[in-house]
Structure formats: structure tokens, C-alpha cells
Design a protein. Sequence first.
Lengths: 120, 114
Amino acid sequence: AQKVTQAQTEISVVEKEDVTLDCVYETRDTTYYLFWYKQPPSGELVFLIRRNSFDEQNEISGRYSWNFQKSTSSFNFTITASQVVDSAVYFCALTTSLTISNFGNEKLTFGTGTRLTIIP
Amino acid sequence: DAMVIQNPRYQVTQFGKPVTLSCSQTLNHNVMYWYQQKSSQAPKLLFHYYDKDFNNEADTPDNFQSRRPNTSFCFLDIRSPGLGDAAMYLCATSEGDTEYNEQFFGPGTRLTVL
């Protein structure tokens, strides 16, 4: 079975601090994709990144960076110089070939989310 | 801008009174999903369509039904809402033409059951 664990339920940091959100996943499949989504108070889930299991390169996009470590089954997300607009719930998610019933029917397994509050 | 649209954003219904939530997309994506998200929980997949092919999750109650009359629209029908069905309902789409597409979410409809 697939599982995504986000152990940090809530995090609060002062604006401009760096913050790392942890994500640990479990799957028996060798082919899988990992995602991060942001859910601001408005409710919409905003796609941030997709990473496949064969690409362990870390990625940086502006103030956001992601650290994928297959050895520890982790896909952590770091925000540098945090801003108040970063306040949201962040979900890590996993999809694998085991959860594809037929082509195109990907199913996301979500973690329980981390609520991030940036204090001005 | 191409997007996923959900109407209404807030819906109030009475216990047992049928309600329909709607979702439309301008992305021309093959796959449309409905998720239920309760407070402080992760989204839970109810069902999804690949074109007209309907895929129901095993633990989705019979009380929840869906219709997809065309590529652009998908509806969630709750036949007899209970208090436990109060939640945010999220619609999402994905291209479906390659594997592991990211899903694009609408803003959600928050359902209150009185």
C-alpha cells in the first residue's frame, strides 16, 4: 500500500526565516511520482512540483527548494526567506503505477498536510 | 485563463435534501476528479472520469453520484445529505494523455448541512 506521512501538523515561523516541511513516503513500486500542493485559505489546491522516482536531483524555484532522498524515502520542501503569503496548508502526495487502474487514471495518495503560519 | 471552475463556492442544504455541485473546466482535460475534504484532513478521492469512463472508489457511499455530460462539465450529486457530509468538495482535472500528470484543482465548494 502507498502511504505519505507529514509528521508536522503545524509550524509557525517569523517572517524571513527559512522553514522546511517534511514528507516521508512508502511504496513498494519502483516507479512513482511525488507532488507538493499548496492550499491557501481560499481553499484551492495549487500545484507546486512533480518529481519522478528516477530523478533525485534537487530542485530550486525562487524561494522554494525540494530535497528528494530515495535512501530515506523523503521529499522535503524548504521555503527560504518566508513571507506572510506563504501561510497555507501544504500537502505532499504520491502516485504510483500501482494506483493507475488504466492509462490516465492516476490516483493521488495525500499526506495529512502541514499548516504553515508565517508571523509578520 | 484556462481553469477549473466550481459553483457555487458555498452551498447550504438541509438534512436529506438532494444537492448538486458543479464543476467545469476550460483545460480540455480527459480526466475529472471529485474529492471530499473534511476539516484539517487530506482530500479523499470519491470518484473520477476518464472521458466517459466512470471510476468509483470502493469506499465511496452510494449516496454520492456523479455525472459527466460532456468534456467540460462534471456534477456531484448527493442524494440525501447527512450531517457527516458537510465538507469541502474539490474538483480536479488532469490531461490523462501521459502517465503521472499533475492534477489541477478548482477552488472548491464548501457544503454545509443543516
